[in-house]
Ligand binder design. Structure first.
Ligand code: GRF
Length: 203
């Protein structure tokens, strides 16, 4: 499969996926890395891996649909089969989501459906949760609301700061995201009637 990874920052999940492709674990290639922010470290990771990258930055006052059109055009140029959102900090409009229905994943740092949106680690701490984690899900028009494919849990310790917790969760993100991409590339995953299906069974 031809994979595009969309980022806005550090790109540690991008790195995990690049490594898994390199090692032959994922039967696919990252053919494009697209960032909405210039000069982020994820772009360096792309060039170090010899992968084409582009910055698609929003123009002042640009409507969401207009931006998403430009993003779509960029992805179409690369004939992408799969879109992987890896810390891409923009909400995507419905036409864009529809263009990649069943072919786009996101990773979110919480045990969905808990804590959609931002500041998930602090929110888990504030709630006194004893466990926290991350989720990979198919992207639908609902923010962090698409069907979950895989989650990883981590314990929350009393002395944890949000940074401690984020680091523990990140380690798990780097395990589960490449695994889901691998399964997709093997043709084992699909979204049917709004549900995630693996090997023919609803997850
Ligand atoms: C991750 O915590 C991911 O769950 C969230 O954004 C962060 C991206 O980190 N959506 P990185 O850029 O992959 O290091």
């Amino acid at each position: 499969a031809r994979i595009a990874v969309l980022i806005s920052g550090n790109g540690s999940n991008l790195q995990a996926i690049l490594d898994a492709c390199q090692e032959g674990e994922i039967q696919g290639d990252v053919v494009a890395v697209i960032s909405n922010k210039a000069e982020v470290y994820g772009l360096t990771r792309a060039s170090d891996a010899g992968v084409a990258s582009a910055v698609v930055a929003a123009q002042p006052g640009e409507a969401r649909e207009a931006y998403d059109q430009r993003l779509l055009a960029e992805l179409q140029q690369h004939q992408v089969d799969l879109v992987v959102l890896a810390g891409f900090m923009r909400i995507l409009s419905e036409p864009f989501v529809e263009a990649f229905e069943g072919r786009m994943f996101n990773i979110h740092p919480s045990l969905l459906p808990k804590y959609t949106g931002l500041h998930t680690h602090q929110r888990a701490l504030d709630a006194g949760d004893s466990e926290h984690g991350c989720s990979v899900h198919f992207v639908t028009a609902e923010l962090d609301g698409g069907p979950v494919v895989l989650q990883a849990k981590v314990p929350v310790f009393e002395e944890d700061s949000a940074e401690d917790l984020a680091e523990r969760v990140h380690t798990q993100e780097h395990r589960i995201y490449p695994l889901v991409v691998k399964w997709f590339c093997e043709g084992r995953l699909a979204m049917q009637q709004g549900q995630a299906v693996m090997d023919g069974s609803v997850l």
